[in-house]
Ligand binder design. Structure first.
Ligand SMILES: CC(=O)SCCNC(=O)CCNC(=O)[C@H](O)C(C)(C)COP(=O)(O)OP(=O)(O)OC[C@H]1O[C@@H](n2cnc3c(N)ncnc32)[C@H](O)[C@@H]1OP(=O)(O)O
Ligand SMILES: O=C([O-])CC(=O)C(=O)O
Length: 451
């Protein structure tokens, strides 16, 4: 009899919606409010011009072009990331699970949420065996980000959205099935990410999750670092909170949204977003930062002074390379997320050489970048990646090829929330217009004639 019930449960798996009532109701409320706001905006002037686009912007990565709406989070150039109405400082002590709720609903959850969410994730956890089998046969030097992206993609046929879309569902319900996929992926992510670490850098033996632990503590546990302890779990919580989202235009979030806008399910969209995060100008900068710090340590030893650090930075720039962890497409101040990491370091790692070098870099790099090549660098200040690696290193996570995987685990929260809300708002496929050089040149001529 029990087997029968199990079988029925199994057959329905992927087609029924599990109960996640608090989150689901609050997303519904958020969508209602967002829809009302959009109706009012449209009533107030659908044809109002928000932003003009220059030739420079079209050829320059669309920098500064206001062309997207994203309601999960907002980045102010001078005060940094805001999730809902909260600043980074206000969220640093929260759990990543609460941040996911906030991204999706615009509100922080009540006291009951964490335990309901943990139960829900426990039900949905468990990476399929075929994913482990696939990861284990990849070449030994496969980058951990490729493994993460492939790991997610390998589970694509589990998509609840896809199964139901094929059966025929109403557009108004797309978000509910997208949320199902989001919860399934989020539940499996710590296990997948930690498993990638164990397969790629350790003996390949996986460590079981503990159903009593929160998301970040479970990740810390399953990595299996010797003597990492509670402090490392706290660093993981902070890390997974600080990297969660950065509005809609960053490479990875935008990629994920574009892919999902074609109704490719979340597995495709997350995998695609992670592929963008794996670039050194974006998420991979955090592994590059630690490589940079270790190169300074290697060259000058543990007692490196600021003038030596300065020389190393100048040599790097003269070699035509960027200083990883500095600069940003939107921010124009020291990233508040960097400050939070530095605060953590000050409290727990102040005697660590890598943390100290990260601090020395902070003292010298901005002044150098401010005047470098006539001040061409728009933002000379550190971004989120400048300090995180030195903290991970201190706790024994010394395989820095792995660092962007942790960034990815956190950023998936943002991909999921952005796509759930976009589906709930019925947003259309994203397809801006491109033109040729010839078209632009003709436009310039036309403007000259008319002026
Ligand atoms: C999670 C994140 O994605 S945060 C960013 C992580 N990336 C890094 O830390 C890598 C180092 N930083 C950079 O490469 C850039 O600052 C980016 C990619 C973050 C932003 O790029 P942009 O918005 O184009 O920056 P910006 O307008 O300042 O670029 C102007 C010039 O300054 C250069 N520049 C920008 N930042 C730096 C830097 N840290 N070191 C040296 N040169 C820099 C650019 O390469 C560009 O040079 P070019 O005109 O010869 O092509
Ligand atoms: O916003 C960006 O362009 C880069 C990013 O994702 C971040 O800083 O977290």
């Amino acid at each position: 009899m029990q087997q029968c019930i199990l079988l029925v449960g199994f057959c329905c798996y992927g087609l029924k919606l599990l109960d996640m009532s608090i989150l689901r109701n609050e997303i519904k409320n958020n969508l209602t409010q967002l829809k009302d706001e959009i109706d009012q905006i449209f009533a107030g002037g659908r044809d109002t011009v928000l932003s003009e686009v220059t030739v420079g912007q079209v050829y320059g990565g669309m920098r500064g072009l206001t062309a997207l709406v994203c309601n999960t989070s907002f980045v102010d150039p001078y005060s940094g990331l805001h999730v809902g109405k909260y600043t980074v400082e206000e969220l640093a002590d929260r759990f990543p699970e609460e941040i996911f709720f906030l991204l999706c609903t615009g509100k922080l959850p009540g006291l009951d949420f964490l335990s309901e969410f943990r139960n829900e994730l426990n039900e949905r956890a468990g990476v399929p065996q075929y994913t482990w089998d696939m990861l284990r046969v990849l070449p030994e030097d496969t980058h951990p980000m490729s493994m993460l992206s492939l790991g997610i993609l390998s589970m694509e046929q589990e998509s609840v959205f896809k199964k139901n879309y094929l059966k025929g569902i109403a557009k108004a319900d797309y978000w509910k099935y997208t949320l199902e996929d989001a919860l399934n992926v989020i539940a499996k992510l710590p296990e997948l990410a930690a498993g990638i670490y164990r397969i790629r850098f350790c003996d390949g033996k996986l460590i079981e999750r503990d159903p009593e632990l929160d998301w970040a503590a479970n990740l810390a546990l399953m990595l299996g670092l010797p003597d990492s302890g509670n402090e490392f779990a706290n660093l993981m919580r902070l890390y997974l909170v600080l990297h969660c989202d950065h509005e809609g235009g960053n490479v990875s979030a935008f990629t994920s949204r574009v892919v999902n806008s074609a109704l490719s399910d979340l597995y495709y969209a997350i995998s695609a977003g992670l592929n963008g995060l794996a670039g050194p100008l974006h998420g991979l900068a955090n592994q590059e930062c630690l490589r940079f710090i270790l190169a300074i340590k290697e060259k000058y030893g543990d007692d490196v002074d600021e003038s030596q650090v300065k020389q190393f930075v100048l040599d790097t720039l003269d070699g035509g390379k960027v200083i990883p962890g500095y600069g940003h497409a939107v921010l124009r101040v020291t990233d508040p997320r960097f400050k939070e990491f530095m605060n953590f370091g000050k409290q727990h790692c102040s005697d660590d050489v890598c943390y100290q070098i990260a601090n020395k870099l902070f003292h010298v790099v901005p002044d150098i970048l401010k005047t470098y090549k006539g001040g061409k660098v728009a933002n000379p200040w550190p971004n989120v990646d400048a300090a995180s690696g030195s903290l991970l290193y201190k706790y024994g996570l010394n395989q820095f090829d792995y660092y962007t995987v942790l960034f990815g685990v956190s950023r998936v929260l943002g991909f999921c929330a952005q796509n759930v809300l976009a589906q709930g708002l019925g947003q259309p496929i994203i397809r801006p217009k491109s033109v040729t050089n010839k078209w632009v040149a003709e436009k310039l001529m036309e403007n000259k004639v008319n002026s």
